[in-house]
Design a protein around this ligand. Structure first.
Ligand code: FAD
Length: 261
């Protein structure tokens, strides 16, 4: 299988860097092909701007969606964007690895999504009408591929529990897992989370490595997060609100999981 690791940490010798190296060697030893997009190492351009299209502006002012679409459709995207899209096409599974920074991914990875997820590639896919609001949330160009987050935190597991001060980690990761991975079609696996990294010692480090290799060995048969698909009948069209008979009386992020009924 082909595995892409999109990696965001500025220090190769960090805990994240070591775990990424472990992942690469374990996957290769297991017979998989691996590519790493090491965003800091590549000096990834973080901001989406007019340099992302090789074509003249389509209108009088820059419109990120419109200009992205034209560049995508006409083979006029910046080379670094096209190269990352090609890696995504190649991959059977993608691991996004990062330390939690301010309750999200480091800016360099957000910039990867802003730029690589072009109009026509990750959004604006399929019919858009009152009857069908695009191929997304379970459908799209990345469907059939698996994705998993590998995230480290400074905070404790209890800080991220259902009643923890930081908020539930499932809620914190929802915009990434549902909004950025499920949206263009990925099958999203439960994340691998390493909490309280400041307390890492040799024994914990060995445990993380063991956990990681276990997750990699089960990449192909781990049960995915059971998000509701947009176009499978659960949402009313065109409002795209959950049908009132599903997750009855409930609101919030969790209603978008099938088991919330
Ligand atoms: P490192 O700092 O490289 O290592 C962590 C520990 O592991 C160190 O003590 C190191 O000595 C030890 N270690 C490394 N390798 C080994 C080894 N081989 N054997 C034994 N021990 C080892 N945390 C949150 O919870 N929420 C946030 O919102 C948040 N925001 C942040 C924002 C910023 C800008 C920053 C800088 C940090 C933030 N943090 C936050 C903390 C951050 O998530 C952690 O610092 C990060 O996850 C640690 O990962 P690392 O790879 O940088 O670890």
């Amino acid at each position: 299988m082909n595995v892409l690791i999109v990696f965001a940490h500025p220090e190769p010798r960090s805990l994240n860097g070591q775990l990424k190296d472990e992942a690469v060697s374990h996957l290769q030893q297991s017979g998989h092909q691996v590519h790493v997009s090491d965003l800091y190492g590549m000096k990834w351009k973080t901001v989406l701007d007019t340099d992302d299209s090789l074509a003249p502006l389509r209108g009088e002012r820059f419109n990120p969606s419109v200009d992205s679409r034209f560049a995508y459709d006409n083979g006029l995207q910046a080379a670094d964007i096209a190269a990352e899209q090609e890696k995504l096409r190649w991959a059977d599974a993608v691991i996004f690895q990062f330390p939690l920074w301010w309750f999200s991914m480091p800016a360099i990875m957000k910039g990867w999504f802003d730029r690589v997820y072009a109009n026509g590639f990750a959004y604006g896919v399929g019919e858009h009408s009152d009857h069908h609001w695009g191929d997304r949330y379970g459908e799209g160009n990345l469907s059939g591929k698996r994705a998993m987050l590998l995230v480290t935190t400074g905070g404790w597991e209890s800080h991220y529990g259902p009643r923890g001060i930081n908020g539930d980690i499932d809620d914190i990761l929802f915009p990434i897992q549902h909004g950025m991975l499920f949206y263009p079609g990925f099958t999203v696996l439960p994340p691998m989370l390493i909490y309280r990294t400041g307390k890492t010692d040799d024994a914990k480090h060995a445990g993380y490595r063991q956990q990681l290799t276990g997750r990699l060995d089960s990449l192909w048969d781990t049960e995915p997060l059971n998000y509701r698909r947009q176009n499978a009948g659960d949402y009313e069209i065109p409002a795209l609100t959950l049908r009132p008979d599903l997750a009855k009386g409930k609101t919030g992020l969790r209603i978008h999981f099938q088991e919330s009924d």
